[in-house]
Ligand binder design. Structure first.
Ligand SMILES: Cc1cc2nc3c(=O)[nH]c(=O)nc-3n(C[C@H](O)[C@H](O)[C@H](O)COP(=O)(O)OP(=O)(O)OC[C@H]3O[C@@H](n4cnc5c(N)ncnc54)[C@H](O)[C@@H]3O)c2cc1C
Length: 245
């Protein structure tokens, strides 16, 4: 059933304006909507991108990695999946390339009003919708009176996506706490080690007074939901998630 608070999905065409390599296998892509009218969305939603190849139409979902901005452009953050049809196609595009998409889709959005602390939990490119939500939460003039934590799990220091951006945000906003955790840290890494699940237990066990937003591959999301529900006793309405497979 359509949610009256969310923009209705439509069909659009976007031009790639900028492509940045965040790691050897991850790209940040900035798009401008060039056909279909103004593309409105809420931070955290996703688009369905389309590619016609050998007469067959392929579509894949990608989370919007930015908050809505005045020019109605948007960012994506995506990983090359080995042998993957769509992720490699998008990662190989050069600025100027045109892609059709539909959207916005999905319900992984910040629930308003914000009445509890927020714990964002992401692994890998699961950071994409959460980056958009954080941009919206800490936009100029948006006064958050709760604490917000980002537990971000990746393997190596070099693969902490948007690291400088989150560090700058944490330095600027006393209510934002950035906790990158590495599952394969080098010996000189002085930050957190292990998986997001361990950080969650270490920092929040015994608390029920927060809302959680979880995004990444299915195994992590299922595991975190179980900890939050069965371990901590959170109500399911406090747990919001998006799974990537
Ligand atoms: C709601 C939603 C939002 C998504 N947002 C993003 C996003 O923001 N960024 C992003 O990078 N991806 C995102 N994805 C995943 C994305 O839609 C594709 O599944 C992914 O890009 C792989 O597509 P492909 O065509 O390259 O691989 P395919 O050709 O479809 O698959 C190749 C093989 O790789 C496996 N595979 C698929 N995905 C992965 C993976 N992530 N890791 C390891 N193996 C995999 C498949 O099972 C298959 O065996 C999202 C998925 C959903 C459902």
């Amino acid at each position: 059933m359509p949610n009256p608070n969310l923009p209705a999905p439509g069909k659009y065409r976007a031009a790639l304006r900028r492509a940045l390599s965040l790691t050897e296998t991850t790209k940040h892509l900035e798009w401008e909507t060039v056909e279909g009218g103004r593309f409105d969305f809420v931070a955290g939603q996703f688009v369905s991108m389309t590619r016609v190849r050998d007469g067959d139409e392929h579509t894949r979902a990608y989370s919007l990695a930015s908050a809505p901005r005045a020019d109605a452009g948007f960012d994506l953050c995506l990983n090359r999946v080995p042998g993957g049809l769509f992720s490699n196609y998008l990662c190989d595009l050069a600025p100027g390339a045109i892609v059709d998409f539909s959207g916005p889709h999905g319900f992984f959005i910040l629930r308003q009003p914000i009445e509890r602390d927020l714990v964002f939990i992401a692994t890998g490119t699961g950071i994409a919708p959460i980056r958009g939500m954080l941009e919206a939460l800490f936009a100029p003039g948006a006064a958050l009176d709760r604490e917000a934590w980002l537990l971000f799990g990746v393997r190596y220091r070099e693969t902490i996506l948007y690291r400088e951006e989150f560090e700058r945000l944490a330095a600027r906003e006393p209510r934002f706490h950035f906790v990158p955790t590495l599952s394969r840290a080098a010996s000189d890494w002085t930050g957190e080690r292990g998986h997001v699940q361990e950080q969650l237990r270490a920092r929040f066990a015994g608390r029920r007074d927060f809302d959680a937003y979880v995004c990444g591959l299915k195994a992590m999301v299922d595991d975190v939901r179980k900890i939050l529900k069965e371990g901590f006793g959170l109500d399911r309405r406090q747990i919001h998630y998006e799974k990537y497979d």
